[in-house]
Write a protein that binds this ligand. Structure first.
Ligand code: FAQ
Length: 311
């Protein structure tokens, strides 16, 4: 770093190198990262609920063990991401408070209910699939701690995606009732999964600046297109129908044309009016309150140990 920290920042971004916690950065860069990383962390933690709903009802011991491990991975991703956010000078306690107060967001997708076992398969295939498409480019994000966290997270997400795909494959090749259950899950999760990528580029408030800073590497619409193109063949192998009558290959664009999700619905869900928003937040507040004694015990233990080392 030379005498001019702003010039150094610009050079690092230009050269595709990483900004590290001790480097100077514009306040707005820091704020955007805190917002995005915190929202990402909260999504992992709230995202444990829809699948957690099926741990006690998984159809076999093996499925139950796999699902338990997946939901635990999500808790791990959440903590990993809170730790990445803390390198920007905020504490995990503050971020958790911002979530519980409703001042920070989590992904819209986790406000939809998991009605059947097939939904666990659809979440793995589509929601983790969308998460991978969005997060692989984040491994090259300009902020070092976030980029490095994403490498491990993506490896685990790709295992999650396969386990979901395998659940759906089993159901889709099972009895007619199981096939219908798999199709119904795809019908309900398809558009909410497309909406995960955020508003269309024209309405995305942060995209242009985040792309200039190389936090985002592709726009919301570019990633949504990539996801659709990836899913079409996978749905064919499953023998399931993507619920979009206008889905067709466009030779000129070398990509699929598809129906956009309902962005008014996305905005309603983001603003708290989705099918499960209240339930998800109530559950999180209760879990946080029930865990107060663990935090108190851990703080007391740390203080006791610190006293012992000093003595
Ligand atoms: N939900 O200007 P943009 C997972 C908000 S994966 C809620 O385009 P940006 C794994 C946005 O915050 C899910 N809010 O915003 C898993 C902004 O709000 P603000 C988590 C949304 O940031 C799988 C406003 O709309 N992944 O958890 C959504 O440039 C299975 C304007 O939007 C990540 O968070 C939405 N879908 O782009 C776990 C990835 N979309 O603050 C369990 C990292 C937009 O201005 C089970 N995040 N908003 O009022 C990102 O890549 C970006 O933040 C985007 C949004 C792409 C989500």
């Amino acid at each position: 770093p030379g005498a001019d920290p702003a010039a150094y920042f610009a050079d690092v971004i230009d050269a595709d190198q990483k900004i590290e916690p001790r480097d100077w950065m514009p306040d707005a860069y820091r704020r955007t990262l805190v917002r995005q990383i915190a929202q990402h962390a909260h999504s992992e933690i709230i995202g444990m609920q829809p699948e957690g709903n099926w741990i006690s009802r998984a159809p076999s011991l093996k499925r139950k063990a796999i699902l338990l491990a997946k939901v635990q991975d999500e808790a791990g991703h959440g903590l990993y991401l809170y730790a990445a956010a803390e390198t920007l000078g905020v504490s995990r306690d503050e971020l958790v408070e911002l979530l519980l107060d409703g001042r920070q967001k989590y992904s819209s997708i986790f406000n939809y209910p998991t009605l059947t076992w097939a939904d666990v398969g659809a979440i793995g295939w589509l929601v983790d699939g969308a998460a991978i498409v969005n997060q692989v480019p984040l491994c090259r994000c300009s902020y070092g701690p976030y980029a490095r966290a994403m490498i491990r997270v993506c490896k685990e997400e790709s295992f999650h995606q396969r386990q979901g795909y395998e659940i759906l494959h089993t159901l889709a090749h099972g009895t007619p009732a199981q096939q219908a259950m798999a199709q119904d899950a795809l019908d309900r999760w398809w558009y909410p999964s497309l909406a995960m990528f955020g508003p269309p580029d024209g309405d995305s408030t942060h995209s242009a600046q985040s792309m200039a800073w190389k936090i985002k590497r592709f726009s919301n619409d570019e990633l949504r297109q990539r996801f659709v193109d990836m899913c079409v063949q996978q749905a064919e192998v499953l023998g399931l129908r993507i619920p979009d009558p206008d889905l067709r290959w466009n030779d000129e664009r070398q990509a699929y044309d598809f129906t956009q999700p309902d962005y008014d619905e996305l905005m309603r869900v983001i603003s708290g009016e989705g099918p499960c928003n209240r339930q998800r937040m109530e559950h999180r507040r209760r879990a946080h309150a029930d865990g107060a004694w663990v935090r108190e015990a851990a703080t007391a233990y740390a203080a006791k140990r610190a006293g012992r080392t000093r003595a």
